[in-house]
Write a protein that binds this ligand. Structure first.
Ligand code: NDP
Length: 307
């Protein structure tokens, strides 16, 4: 029985050491190493390899990232379980980034960046956190972890998900019917939705028009969820006051794209959160243990929903 690691060698070395320590009975095969395809039960990868059909006994495909939109799920045999990455390192980095982004937008750091360029010593209004409502599109693992970090600041917190939720200290909305009420009460909108057919293009002019005037956007989901032209129009008209984007479409964002130089926009190159090999190896090993014991896998993707 073998585990095939189809990702970079640096991370592979860390995984290999952890597997040797914790799962010595499972053969660990690094990228490019020879393997009997019939022995491969587990595969870790970012995209579905073109030769997936070779691995006739494959049971679980582990995605090395938290999102699975880049995986062409149609090319994966139906009986193979698809598992996304849920691990402490990704969660902690996302908590940091969302806290950074919310505070950046709350404390007007983009406007101060602009004033600094003009050598202008000018103060701006500074509402209390208790008066700045933070709303999360998506209330999954990452959003809920970020919410926990934000609680001590005393921002009013809300969120929107597909299914109904109850989260301590968070006003929860759900489903298409719950979206308008949620948006009407959100001053800083944080997008942490997976990319699916339903969420593609969700951050558009109509959605922006439902936010209070002067609202802000922190986008950490996936680039194709955002209509970038509509964002620029909303910023230029003053409907939105500022935006911080970790994801764009395409990536990398072309050098001549107007978003790069927009005074109300901050951009980072999809670095909000990255899989950390030490903690990720631990999480994959725990899932293999669960799989062998017939238990539910953590991060199991519902392939009909697409996330
Ligand atoms: P989860 O699957 O745990 O959570 C997804 C959330 O989105 C759930 O609350 C789900 O609702 C909600 N959702 C999905 N579709 C809809 C819909 N149509 N309408 C309403 N709500 C919906 O994912 P994670 O929290 O782990 O990750 C979220 C995303 O973050 C990833 O898919 C990835 O795209 C992005 N990401 C970005 C990174 C970066 O560096 N920028 C790094 C890591 C992840 P319900 O709870 O009802 O199912």
């Amino acid at each position: 029985m073998a585990f095939l690691f189809n990702s970079d060698a640096t991370r592979g070395a860390i995984f290999k050491e952890a597997f040797a320590r914790e799962l010595p009975d499972l053969e660990f095969v690094g990228q490019g190493q020879p393997v009997d395809p019939d022995k491969v039960r587990y595969l870790l990868t970012w995209t579905v390899p073109g030769d997936i059909a070779r691995y006739r006994n494959l049971e679980v495909l582990f995605c090395i990232g938290a999102g699975v939109d880049q995986l062409k799920q149609d090319s994966l045999p139906d009986h193979v379980a698809l598992v996304r990455m849920v691990e402490d390192g990704i969660i902690r980095m996302m908590q940091e980034y969302v806290t950074l982004g919310v505070l950046t937008l709350h404390r007007e750091m983009l406007a101060y960046r602009d004033l600094q360029k003009q050598s202008a010593w000018q103060t701006l209004a500074a509402p209390q956190a208790t008066a700045r409502r933070i709303g999360f599109l998506g209330l999954g693992i990452l959003a809920q972890a970020a919410i926990e970090r934000l609680k001590p600041f005393q921002f009013p917190l809300a969120g929107w998900s597909r299914s109904k939720k109850q989260i301590d200290g968070v006003t929860c909305h759900h489903g298409p019917d719950g979206l308008a009420d949620f948006l009407a009460e959100t001053d800083i909108l944080v997008c942490l939705l997976p990319l699916t057919d339903e969420t593609r293009g969700i951050l558009n002019a109509e959605l922006f028009s439902q936010l209070p005037a002067g609202a802000r956007l922190l986008h950490v989901g996936r680039g194709p969820q955002l209509d970038q032209t509509a964002l620029i129009e909303a910023l230029d008209s003053g409907r939105l006051a500022a935006a911080m984007l970790d994801v764009t479409d395409p990536e990398p964002l072309p050098a001549d794209h107007p978003l790069w130089h927009h005074p109300k926009v901050a951009i980072t190159p999809h670095i909000a959160s990255v899989t950390q090999p030490e903690t990720a190896a631990h999480s994959v090993i725990e899932n293999i243990r669960r799989h062998r014991a017939g238990e539910t896998l953590i991060g199991l993707v519902d392939r009909t929903r697409g996330y």
